[in-house]
Design a protein around this ligand. Structure first.
Ligand code: GLC
Ligand code: CA
Length: 556
C-alpha cells in the first residue's frame, strides 16, 4: 500500500532567511528552524517545506542554486540540515525540500564549465543559441525579471536562455545527463532522510525546440509567455517519477504557473505517475486586470465570485483524478488580510475567514510562515524593497516602457509584491520582533510591537489558535479529506459557501468575505446544524453573517 500521508496533512512553509536567526548575523538559519520545531508541533502541522537553503549567491533568495548538495554557510552546514531532518522526524514532522530544477545559478560549476566551450561535458547542460545575423537575440522571449530571456556570453559567442534573472540560466532538460544529475541530487537528500519535494516552476522544464517568437500584441521588444507545459514536460516528469519519486516514496508538489484544472488532471492523476499535487496560480489572479500590458502589476479589487469559481473548478475537475494543493500565501504572494481582507478593522476576522474557506476544501492545505498569526503587508517605500522581481519590473515598466506610473506601481507593490511575505517572522515585541539579535537582512514590519506570536497566542482573538483548531479538525474528521464538495451561492458577491458530505455526515463551510454585514437566507436551511468552529465569540441573529464572519456547521 502506498503511504499517502500527505492527503491528511497540513504543510507549513518556512522561508529560512526570514524565519529565525540563531547566530545574530541578521539572517534566519537552519538551527533557527530547529529551535522552533516545538512551536510548529504545537500548531499541529505534519510537514515543513523549506524554501531553498543550498549554496547560492542569493540573487533570487536561494532560487539561484550554485551547489545542490551543499547548504549555504549563511544557513548552516549540511550537518545542520541532517540534524533538522532527524529532530523533525522525532516529533513526527516530515521535511520537504525545494528542488529548483528549471535553472541553476550562473555560479554553479555546471554553468561555469558550460560557458567555457562548446564541446565539454557540461556544454549542453544549458540552452545555448547562436545570435541572429545582426547579432541580436535568437528570439523575442522575455525574462520574468525584465528584459530579454537571452544573455550573450563573450567566451562561447552565444546566447544562453534564462526565464528568470540572467544569473539563473535554464537547464537543458533535453540532455539526459542533466536529468540524471537532478535525480541524483534528489537521491542524495533522500539518503539524508528528506520526505519529499516542492518543485520550483517544474512545468517550465521542457522548451519548444523550434524556439518560435512569442505573439506580440503590445509591440514590445521582448515578450514574456509560453514558458509552461512544453512538448516533453509530461515525459520528463514521468521519468523523474519513475527514477526517484516512486522508488524512494517521496511526496511531490509542483509549481505550475499557467496550468488550468484540465492540465492538472494530467499532472496529478495517480495513474499517470507524475506528481502528487501542483500549485495552481489561477485563483491568485482574481485581483489582476486580465490581458493588461503590466501583467501582475495591473491590480483591481478582488472578485469573490471569480475566486469561488476558480477554486470550485479545481475541486470538481480533480475529484477522482488527483489531489489539490491549497494555498493563499507563500513567499511569492502577499499577506491575505492586506491583499484580499481588511488588515485595519478586521485583521483577525479576515485572516481566519480566508483560512476557513481554504482549509475546508478537499486537498492539502499549505500555511506560509506568519500566516498562522495573521501577519500583514508592510507599507514600504520603493527604496525599502529588496526583491529582484520587483526591481527589474520597475525598471522595465516604469522607467523603460512607461506603461505604469511610479505611484501606481508602488500601490500595486504594497498590495501584491513578493516582498510583502518576506519580512522577518514576528515572534515577540522585543527588538527586531525577536527574529534576530543582529541587524535583520530585511526590514521588520513595524507593526511587530502589537502583532507577534507571543501576543497572538495570549489574545482572545488568536489567529494561531484558530489555525490550530482548523488543523485538528482535518486530522480528526475524515470528511475533510474524503468528503464530496459542492459550491453553494456561486453568484453571491460576498459569501463563500460550500458543503462537504461523507458517510451520512454533512458540513457547511461558510464565510462572509466582505466588511459589511450580510443577510444569508441559505443559513435557514441549516438551522438544525451545530457550530463546530467560528471566528466570532458571541452568537448572532439567525441568518446574519457579520464582517468576515466564518463558521463551519455540521449536521447532528
Ligand atoms: C518560483 C519561486 C520564485 C522564484 C522563481 C524562479 O516561482 O517560487 O520565488 O523567483 O520560481 O526560481
Ligand atoms: Ca543566522
Amino acid at each position: 500500500m502506498k503511504n499517502e500521508w500527505w492527503k491528511n496533512a497540513v504543510i507549513y512553509q518556512v522561508y529560512p532567511k526570514s524565519f529565525y536567526d540563531t547566530n545574530a548575523d541578521g539572517i534566519g538559519d537552519l538551527p533557527g528552524i530547529d529551535a522552533k520545531l516545538d512551536y510548529l508541533k504545537e500548531l499541529g502541522i505534519d510537514a515543513i517545506w523549506i524554501s531553498p537553503c543550498y549554496l547560492s549567491p542569493q540573487i533570487d533568495n536561494g532560487y539561484d542554486i550554485a551547489d545542490y548538495r551543499k547548504i549555504d554557510p549563511m544557513f548552516g552546514e549540511n550537518s545542520d540540515m541532517i540534524k533538522l531532518i532527524d529532530d523533525a522526524h522525532k516529533l513526527g514532522i516530515k521535511i520537504i525540500m525545494d528542488m529548483v530544477a528549471n535553472h541553476t545559478s550562473d555560479k554553479s560549476s555546471w554553468f561555469e564549465e558550460s560557458r567555457k566551450s562548446r564541446d565539454n561535458y557540461f556544454s549542453d547542460f544549458y540552452i545555448w543559441k547562436d545570435p541572429k545575423a545582426d547579432g541580436s537575440e535568437p528570439n523575442n522571449w522575455g525574462s520574468n525579471f525584465g528584459g530579454s530571456a537571452w544573455t550573450y556570453d563573450e567566451t562561447r559567442k552565444q546566447y544562453y536562455l534564462h526565464y528568470y534573472g540572467k544569473q539563473q540560466p535554464d537547464l537543458n532538460w533535453e540532455n539526459p545527463k542533466v536529468r540524471q544529475a537532478i535525480y541524483d541530487v534528489m537521491r542524495y537528500w533522500k539518503a539524508h532522510g528528506v520526505d519529499g519535494w516542492r518543485m520550483d516552476v517544474i512545468t517550465s522544464i521542457s522548451k519548444n525546440q523550434k524556439f518560435p517568437d512569442n505573439d506580440n500584441p503590445h509591440h514590445l521588444k521582448y515578450v514574456v509567455g509560453n514558458q509552461d507545459n512544453g512538448p516533453r514536460m509530461h515525459e520528463f516528469i514521468h521519468e523523474m517519477n519513475q527514477e526517484v519519486l516512486k522508488p524512494f516514496d517521496m511526496m511531490s508538489v509542483g509549481e505550475a504557473p499557467s496550468s488550468k484544472s484540465k492540465d492538472a488532471r494530467l499532472l496529478v492523476d495517480p495513474k499517470r505517475e507524475e506528481l502528487n499535487m501542483i500549485f495552481t496560480f489561477e485563483h491568485m489572479h482574481v485581483d489582476r486586470k486580465p490581458g493588461d500590458v503590466n501583467g501582475r502589476w495591473a491590480i483591481q479589487p478582488m472578485d469573490v465570485v471569480q475566486l469561488k469559481k476558480t477554486l470550485a473548478d479545481w475541486q470538481y475537475n480533480l475529484d477522482g483524478h488527483g489531489w489539490n494543493a491549497l494555498y493563499f500565501e507563500n513567499h511569492d504572494r502577499a499577506r491575505t488580510p492586506s491583499r484580499w481582507g481588511n488588515d485595519q478593522d478586521y485583521r483577525y476576522e479576515s485572516a481566519t475567514a480566508f483560512a476557513t474557506v481554504l482549509h475546508g476544501l478537499k486537498g492539502t492545505p499549505f500555511i506560509y510562515q506568519g500566516e498562522e498569526i495573521g501577519m500583514t503587508n508592510p507599507k514600504f517605500e520603493l527604496s525599502d524593497y529588496e526583491d529582484i522581481e520587483l526591481k527589474t519590473n520597475y525598471q522595465k515598466l516604469v522607467e523603460q516602457e512607461k506603461t505604469i506610473s511610479s505611484s501606481n506601481f508602488l500601490k500595486a507593490a504594497r498590495k501584491i509584491s513578493r516582498d510583502n511575505a518576506r519580512t522577518p517572522m514576528q515572534w515577540d515585541n522585543t527588538k527586531n520582533a525577536g527574529f534576530t539579535q543582529g541587524k535583520p537582512w530585511f526590514k521588520v514590519n513595524p507593526n511587530y510591537r502589537d502583532l507577534n506570536v507571543a501576543a497572538d497566542i495570549k489574545s482572545s482573538k488568536s489567529v494561531f489558535k484558530y489555525y490550530k483548531d482548523l488543523i485538528k479538525l482535518r486530522h480528526r474528521n475524515p470528511i475533510l479529506e474524503k468528503g464530496n464538495f459542492e459550491l453553494l451561492l456561486p453568484e453571491d458577491k460576498s459569501i463563500f459557501a460550500y458543503s462537504r458530505e461523507w458517510n451520512g455526515e454533512k458540513w457547511l463551510v461558510i464565510a462572509n468575505l466582505s466588511d459589511t454585514k450580510q443577510q444569508v437566507e441559505l443559513l435557514k436551511d441549516y438551522s438544525g446544524y451545530k457550530d463546530i468552529l467560528g471566528n466570532y465569540a458571541s452568537d448572532n441573529e439567525e441568518s446574519i453573517l457579520r464582517p468576515y464572519e466564518a463558521k463551519i456547521l455540521k449536521n447532528m
